[in-house]
Design a protein around this ligand. Structure first.
Ligand SMILES: Cc1cc2nc3c(=O)[nH]c(=O)nc-3n(C[C@H](O)[C@H](O)[C@H](O)COP(=O)(O)OP(=O)(O)OC[C@H]3O[C@@H](n4cnc5c(N)ncnc54)[C@H](O)[C@@H]3O)c2cc1C
Length: 377
């Protein structure tokens, strides 16, 4: 019997996108897809009661955490975000320099799912994002040629993190705060940071960090921790170069299929980016993994050489160069989980690693975890 004034919520075990993904998700938890098929969803459902307003901690203010925060706070819950970085946006990362802002993480995003496309329409109308239609090339088998790819691409304004900053409006974020451990003191959660301070109490916790970092925090829910620990995230070296004089090439973006690089982007060709000719180049996963311990100077030199070869020109000395190593750039595989949940503990997880390494998936995973937490998943 549910008490008046309390909402009913569906409680289900671990995985929170039952319509599309239960088979795959449980397979991940139990080893194979076949074993997952032995489970019947009805066996996992029961009714719990939920107070009208919950206090919810969200660890990670990347797009997944922000999406969860927005959905939960729009439903009337009290949400507190925590992030170890000074800013927000996670892998939607922009480096501020005297030569303008350089997008060194996600370069752009695409939108396929109808709900996300509706959200995108709002962001476009508000001017938080814009279209990006670069002169796109493909470099393959030693040849550079225009690409036929006609995918619509969107960018945050006036930098990728412009989007996360706008989405955080009205939400509460504690930045520069690395959460180290979750402590359960029935019926609440406390968050312990790396300075020894505790934050809480919270009714629910959502972990929205990349999988390897999430796995450590999810320890109180063993199966969730094990699921996150199984995700392999791949590294990527990102190099930003700024030239005083524009390079003599029509290329504004390029997918690279051979050699050390994976992607080239003329950052200054994006709307809203000010300053001289700036470029962001991503090394391939294999090259990044093989050179993961190289120094930034070594990486910049190698990437510059590869860029000159692809563009077919000598590069002048850049007025600015920077290398950033992403240890957890993207999950190795798409996994279709949606999000993870241990509702009996009030502990949840989301992030691109629950769906696939794209901005849109991070947003969808955050929405999915919010729905699960509110019992509508
Ligand atoms: C180099 C690169 C290029 C990319 N290019 C594209 C692209 O072109 N298009 C595209 O769609 N996607 C791209 N992606 C992928 C995209 O950026 C991600 O899928 C998406 O941003 C992930 O969002 P998230 O919220 O799941 O995770 P994140 O953005 O990683 O957010 C997680 C947050 O958790 C915080 N955190 C972690 N541990 C703790 C802790 N213990 N305590 C507190 N905070 C913590 C981190 O600081 C971070 O802010 C790219 C990624 C990289 C790295």
């Amino acid at each position: 019997m549910v008490k008046p004034g309390l909402r009913q919520a569906v409680l289900h075990s671990f995985i929170v996108d039952p319509r599309r993904t239960r088979g795959n998700a449980l397979a991940a938890l139990h080893g194979t897809r076949e074993s997952a098929m032995l489970y019947r969803p009805q066996h996992m459902y029961k009714l719990i009661s939920m107070p009208n307003t919950l206090s919810i901690a969200i660890i990670g203010a990347g797009l997944a955490g922000i999406s969860a925060a927005r959905h939960l706070s729009e439903a009337g819950h009290q949400v507190q975000l925590f992030d170890k970085s000074r800013g927000s946006g996670g892998r939607l990362s922009s480096k501020r320099t005297e030569f303008g802002d350089l997008d060194i993480g996600a370069q752009y995003f695409t939108a396929r799912e109808p709900g996300f496309r509706r959200e995108l329409k709002r962001w476009l109308e508000a001017g938080w994002v814009a279209d990006w239609e670069p002169q796109l090339y493909l470099y393959e088998k030693g040849q550079l040629r225009p690409s036929e790819d006609d995918q619509q691409r969107f960018i945050g304004m006036p930098r990728m993190t412009g989007l996360s900053r706008q989405l955080l409006e009205g939400l509460s974020l504690t930045s520069s705060c690395r959460i180290q451990r979750l402590r359960r003191d029935e019926p609440h959660w406390w968050l312990e940071d790396d300075q020894g301070s505790e934050h809480g109490p919270f009714d629910r916790v959502v972990v929205a960090a990349p999988a390897p970092q999430a796995a450590a925090l999810l320890e109180p829910a063993v199966q969730l921790a094990q699921a996150a620990a199984r995700i392999n995230m791949l590294p990527c070296w990102a190099v930003a170069l700024v030239f005083e004089q524009p390079l003599d090439t029509p290329v504004q973006a390029c997918f690279v299929r051979d050699g050390a690089l994976d992607w080239i982007s003329r950052n200054s060709s994006k709307a809203g980016r000010k300053g001289p000719d700036s470029w962001v180049i991503h090394a391939s996963t294999d090259w990044s993994a093989a050179h993961v311990d190289d120094s930034p100077l070594q990486v910049i030199a190698a990437v510059q050489q590869a860029l000159a070869q692809i563009l077919g020109c000598d590069l002048p000395e850049p007025v600015f160069s920077h290398a950033h190593r992403w240890l957890y750039a993207r999950p190795a595989e798409d996994c279709q989980w949606g999000a993870l949940a241990a509702p009996e503990l009030g502990l949840y997880a989301c992030g691109d690693w629950c769906l696939g390494g794209r901005v849109e998936n991070a947003w969808l995973s955050g929405r999915q975890v919010a729905r699960a937490l509110m019992g509508a998943g």
